[in-house]
Write a protein that binds this ligand. Structure first.
Ligand SMILES: Cc1cc2nc3c(=O)[nH]c(=O)nc-3n(C[C@H](O)[C@H](O)[C@H](O)COP(=O)(O)OP(=O)(O)OC[C@H]3O[C@@H](n4cnc5c(N)ncnc54)[C@H](O)[C@@H]3O)c2cc1C
Length: 322
């Protein structure tokens, strides 16, 4: 019985969230006495990078290297994942959540006659059936769901497992697919990439700021702190609505949902709609001059103080320590 992990890459490098999915797959394989196979697609990702998935638990990697898979085409990718799942007799398909994965998970499940659970946050309990814990209501609550089907598709939330690398090299096998051209129903015409040294959806650390910063001219200290940490920058919704910051930085219920290891919120109140997009971050630090700010209830660490004093001091201390 194998576990198939679908991995995505960006700029030729396997995404960290996909490495976490491989580790998750390894844990499922241990529980179900199986082995882990992975699937990567497109010609941009190197054979060495794919072989290194062995460090995270993959024994074999199927590589659909045809350049037609460079585009994240929903129908074609669903067919590809389902056909590799059949080829490798996988009972469990694991994928890290992304906009592509959110679109293909149920399609893959239908093709395999599998049960599907999205936004899974912990390794399954297999003591009686197959029960997974998933985040619901923008991860403000959790549900334990049992998947009675013998095949299942799981999409994994970031930070569901720790990213531990061991030793090992995976065997990389070219996968010659016969995906029908009619599956390529949509053609990508152009791509506009978000600018910035560290991209927000993939960032391990994020420094975010809100209306407490008073105006766009004050973002220099936020960018500087982010640079010192190697973090991405983000903002609250009113900040992007007022064009103080670009819209692709807005996080929350109506913005991007992120789960970095560290989220620093500066001058943000912590309204429920903001928290909906950031509350699955591993460690949250809130800096706010109002001790009653709601963010302090969600934060692991809180600093009550004026951002204009605290942020430069924090950066100074970090520079001395790093
Ligand atoms: C349907 C809907 C969807 C929404 N979606 C989102 C969303 O996706 N993301 C989002 O962010 N919001 C969203 N909102 C808006 C949300 O409800 C809040 O209005 C918003 O998050 C508040 O932004 P803010 O905290 O930056 O500003 P404010 O509420 O104005 O808070 C500013 C904070 O800064 C603090 N402050 C002021 N000066 C300083 C200083 N010098 N130093 C330190 N702290 C200071 C204040 O004490 C205050 O807590 C949504 C609202 C609705 C109705």
């Amino acid at each position: 019985m194998s576990v198939l992990v679908f991995v995505e890459s960006d700029g030729g490098k396997v995404k960290n969230s996909s490495l976490e999915a491989v580790v998750y797959g390894r844990e499922v394989a241990k529980l179900t006495s199986g082995s882990v196979v992975a699937l990567a697609m497109g010609d941009g990702v190197s054979a060495d990078g794919l072989a290194s998935l062995g460090k995270y638990g993959a024994e074999k990697v199927f590589h659909a290297s045809d350049s037609k898979f460079n585009e994240a085409n929903i129908n074609a990718t669903s067919s590809l994942v389902a056909s590799v799942a059949k080829e490798s007799a996988a009972q469990t398909v694991v994928m890290a959540r992304s906009s592509l994965v959110d679109a293909i998970a149920s399609r893959v499940a239908i093709k395999l006659g599998a049960g599907v659970a999205a936004n899974v946050v912990a390794v399954p309990d297999v003591s009686a059936g197959f029960v997974v814990k998933r985040g619901v209501y923008t991860s403000k609550a959790f549900a334990n769901v049992s998947i009675p089907q013998s095949a299942r598709v799981l999409t994994i939330a970031k930070n569901a497992v720790g990213l531990e690398a061991g030793e090992g090299t995976a065997e990389v096998v070219d996968f010659n697919t016969t995906i029908d051209d009619t599956d390529f129903t949509v053609k990508r015409v152009s791509v506009e990439k978000a600018e910035g040294d560290v991209l927000l959806p993939e960032a391990d650390m994020v420094v975010s700021a809100g209306r407490g910063l008073k105006g766009p001219e004050n973002w220099g200290m936020i960018e500087s702190l982010a640079k010192t940490l190697g973090a991405a920058t983000a903002c609250s919704k009113p900040v992007s609505d007022m064009d103080w910051r670009p819209h692709h930085e807005h996080v929350g219920q109506t913005g991007i949902k992120i789960s970095p290891n560290l989220y620093i919120a500066v001058g943000i109140s912590g309204a429920i709609q903001h928290l909906a997009g950031v509350n699955s971050s591993k460690v949250i630090v809130a800096i706010n001059k109002d001790p009653e700010a709601p963010f302090f209830k969600a934060a692991d660490y809180g600093v009550v103080g004026d951002a204009f004093e605290v942020v430069p001091k924090l950066e100074e201390a970090l520079k001395a320590a790093l």
